[in-house]
Design a protein around this ligand. Structure first.
Ligand code: FDA
Length: 307
């Protein structure tokens, strides 16, 4: 049922009329709950506010599925600028990127050169860049390019996201775990066929826990990215039982979601990082947030009546 609802929301969101309506009125209709700002400097002000509350941040310049080299170059420039401004403002933040925003589907070699620009800046400023994982049509290409970059820049500079809903992820995690990769584990946010992904939420959740525990057991830094309190409790319990220090992992949550839980974990001494998107291309990101929890549509409807 959960998955059916999620698929339905993602299908409606693809409709041209719905898309253009939201592009026009979205920021007023509640998108601002999930997106820090359309501009970098204002987003950095949000980072400062979060840092003051004890939260770390990963900044994401919104955009994906780019088919134009100039747009991919612009996205790479934004990521470089973001890293530079984080260092200049001495913020506790790193950067997340999507390879399809950096030209992966145009030409992987071109995308690699965009990533090199970004990772050179990360090396210069002593920071870290995480590659988000997108839909299953680009997972193999993303993993391939990540492994190439890993050889050049090492696990302190670049990390990857793995999705618990994919059958292939156990094997990917094992291979990356043996290379000491810093992995963010998520459930997975795209509409996927049952040939590649567990259709039942119960199986996704069970796989999620297995992946987190295996990555921690292997001694790798692990980003546990979920708002699922049962999984968060289970992770804390596992770490305590195995004597794994809270320095060896972090919880990650999305900007605008479960704020109270984020602060509670900080008070309890855990590292918490908030995934904070900014930029004008927020539509696909926003629709995935609605699809995860269709109750979020209430925010949109309330915004409509206020507008
Ligand atoms: P689940 O969906 O079971 O939700 C648990 C509880 O969290 C719900 O009961 C609800 O209370 C709350 N919740 C969840 N989603 C909510 C929402 N949208 N609004 C309000 N409350 C909500 N995916 C991907 O495919 N590639 C990626 O690179 C990333 N990156 C990423 C980074 C970070 C930091 C996070 C937290 C998530 C991602 N994701 C992602 C998204 C991820 O795959 C997944 O879709 C969401 O995290 C929602 O699933 P939960 O793990 O929160 O569990």
């Amino acid at each position: 049922m959960d998955n059916m609802l999620r698929s339905a929301v993602l299908s409606v969101a693809g409709n041209r009329a719905v898309r253009s309506f939201f592009r026009k009125y979205g920021m007023r209709l509640g998108v601002a709950r999930f997106v820090a700002s359309e501009q970098l400097e204002a987003a950095l002000d949000v980072v400062l506010r979060l840092n003051r509350q004890g939260l770390m941040v990963t900044l994401d310049y919104l955009g994906e599925s780019v088919t134009d080299r100039a747009l991919a170059e612009e996205a790479a420039d934004q990521a470089v600028l973001t890293l530079r401004r984080i260092a200049e403002r001495k913020l506790n933040a790193n950067v997340s990127v999507k390879l399809t925003q950096l030209g992966l589907t145009i030409d992987p070699a071109f995308c690699e050169s965009m990533m090199s620009r970004i990772l050179d800046e990360a090396a210069r400023t002593g920071n870290f860049v995480r590659i988000d994982m997108e839909d299953s049509s680009v997972v193999q290409a993303t993993v391939d390019l990540f492994e190439k970059l890993l050889k050049r820049y090492g696990p302190k500079r670049v990390g990857l996201v793995l999705q618990a809903y994919l059958y292939r992820t156990q094997a990917d995690r094992e291979r990356l775990g043996s290379q000491g990769v810093n992995v963010r584990i998520v459930k997975g946010a795209y509409k996927e066929p049952k040939e590649v992904a567990f259709p039942r939420k119960k199986d996704v959740d069970a796989n999620y826990v297995r992946l987190v525990e295996a990555h921690l057991a292997q001694g790798c830094y692990t980003a546990v990215a979920t708002h699922d309190e049962a999984i968060i409790k289970q992770t804390i319990h596992y770490a305590r039982k195995k004597g794994i220090s809270p320095e060896r992992f972090e919880f990650q949550m999305l900007y605008g979601i479960a704020g109270e839980l984020q602060l509670r974990l900080v008070r309890d001494g855990y590292r918490v990082r908030v995934y904070t998107p900014f930029g004008e291309a927020w539509y696909p990101y926003f629709t995935r947030r609605i699809a995860e929890r269709p109750a979020n549509l209430w925010f949109v409807l309330k915004g409509m009546f206020r507008a």
